[in-house]
Design a protein around this ligand. Structure first.
Ligand SMILES: [Zn+2]
Length: 77
């Protein structure tokens, strides 16, 4: 008797189906934007996408990591 049973292990690789359109989030308003059509700007080697030029300009005028939540007080103390 010859035991010649060979099991063919067919491993199906989980291929991630990448859609032609990849979406990301607008860092300013949090809106979901399409990378293919959205406006973008680069900072620190990363590319950020924006829903509109308004958000893009806001991003560009804002320093990276700088959170300016402080509001200047009124003239009258
Ligand atoms: Zn936006």
């Amino acid at each position: 008797m010859i035991h010649g049973s060979t099991l063919n292990n067919i491993q199906e690789t989980n291929m991630t189906m990448k859609k032609s359109t990849s979406v990301t989030k607008d860092p300013i308003c949090g809106m979901t934007v399409d990378e293919a059509t959205a406006l973008h700007a680069e900072r620190d080697g990363k590319t950020f996408y924006f829903c509109s030029d308004h958000c893009r300009q806001k991003f560009l005028s804002t320093r990276a990591g700088a959170k300016t939540e402080e509001k200047s007080g009124g003239c009258c103390g």
